[in-house]
Design a protein around this ligand. Structure first.
Ligand SMILES: NC(=O)c1ccc[n+]([C@@H]2O[C@H](COP(=O)([O-])OP(=O)(O)OC[C@H]3O[C@@H](n4cnc5c(N)ncnc54)[C@H](O)[C@@H]3O)[C@@H](O)[C@H]2O)c1
Length: 341
């Protein structure tokens, strides 16, 4: 079976994708520098799949090491590139750290892929490229808006770099997957999201508050022009998201792609407000969440959810898991993490 490199494969989305790749029979090699993950994640992957992927601890910013990796693994047929720094707030304070980690690593990998006879490349992009879209749901043709943060900009620039490289590299085929809001954990709770420090995202903040690690959740603004006044996002279960990667990769390896650079939105197509997410959590956990409404947070987009038609029709992929499923797994995961700490 084809050998696939998964960069950032010990991270949140990467680890779930490694599980799905191994379940489909792919041979997986992970590169991760453990800057935002732990080697213990390998045990979780092994517990679920019965197979331990090859793991190379390596910082992709080190160009020589990337070259040596590809010299050793010159039979790699595809790369799923998750490795990146992802904290929006930190990117505003430390833009160069983000441009270096998210852009240089991408360039070094693409340089190596150009040397291979053929390669499929999947890039972790984000719905952040659309900013506050003029029309909802958001299609892949919606204009890319000026980035709100250096992090968002690295996704836009990353997409441009890949597109330009594909134009001059007949051996290279690529897909940029624009994720909406990934949440949840594997149903086995062997793997899940492990935020370091204060969570940046809503769901880990909810579960950490419910378990007593945080005092209360602040809901930023309830006076937005939405039905309940809170912001709306498209929350997608990480296992559904992981499965989409395996399908997108298969599309490239089987030459089913229509263009050698394509983009797809990955979301459920349904928007949920912050208060709806809290309600779902309270329903599946049986707990009452301590939260308060505070003022709006600067830079928050009011509403974003995906038009999923292109992914449904072209990839033949659809989400199967609900918001409740995701909240249930996130809560089970939080309880397991705290019990083992
Ligand atoms: N989680 C989200 O909400 C979300 C939304 C849209 C897009 N994305 C993108 O998806 C990708 C994966 O996100 P995630 O939530 O799994 O993040 P994560 O931080 O859990 O995983 C990223 C992994 O990459 C590793 N890494 C970072 N820099 C590295 C480097 N220089 N060399 C080697 N390894 C490195 C980290 O140690 C980590 O294990 C990222 O590119 C992110 O920007 C995430």
């Amino acid at each position: 079976m084809d050998k696939i490199l998964v960069t950032g494969g010990l991270g949140f989305i990467g680890s779930h994708t490694v599980v799905e790749l191994q379940n489909e029979g792919y041979e997986v090699v992970i590169i991760d520098d453990l800057s935002n993950s732990s080697e213990k994640v390998l045990d979780g992957i092994t517990a679920i799949t019965g197979k331990t992927p090859i793991f190379e601890r390596l910082d992709l910013k080190e160009k020589d090491k990337v070259e040596s990796f590809f010299a050793k693994h010159n039979d790699v047929k595809g790369v799923i590139h998750f490795a990146a720094s992802k904290a929006v707030g930190e990117s505003v304070k430390e833009p160069l750290l983000y441009y270096e980690n998210n852009i240089s690593t991408l360039v070094y990998i693409l340089k190596e892929l150009r040397k291979l006879p053929s390669a499929g490349f999947i890039f972790s992009s984000s719905c952040t490229v659309y900013g506050q879209a003029d029309e909802l749901p958001i299609t892949e043709n919606a204009p890319v808006k000026e980035a709100e943060s250096p992090y968002g900009n690295t996704k836009q620039i990353g997409e441009e770099i890949i597109k330009d490289t594909c134009k001059v590299s007949p051996n290279l085929k690529a897909i940029a997957l624009r994720y909406f809001n990934p949440i949840g954990a594997h149903e086995s709770v062997e793997i899940g999201e492990l935020p370091i420090g204060v969570p940046q995202n809503l769901v880990p903040f909810i579960t950490q508050t419910a378990i007593g690690l945080r005092q209360e959740l602040s809901v930023f603004g309830d006076d937005y022009p939405t039905p309940d006044g809170t912001c709306i996002r498209d929350y997608i279960h990480v296992v559904d998201l992981a499965k989409a990667h395996v399908i997108a990769l298969g599309r490239l390896l089987k030459n089913k792609n229509k263009d050698n650079y394509e983009t797809f939105n990955l979301g459920t197509g349904k928007g949920s407000s912050v208060l709806e997410v809290i309600k779902s959590f309270e329903k599946v956990s049986g707990k009452t969440l301590n939260y308060k409404i505070v003022g709006r947070r600067e830079g928050d987009i009011i509403s974003a959810y995906a038009d999923t038609n292109k992914a449904n029709d072209e990839l033949g992929w659809k989400t199967k898991l609900s918001l409740d499923d995701a909240m249930r797994s996130a809560w089970k995961w939080e309880q397991k993490v705290r019990a083992t700490k």
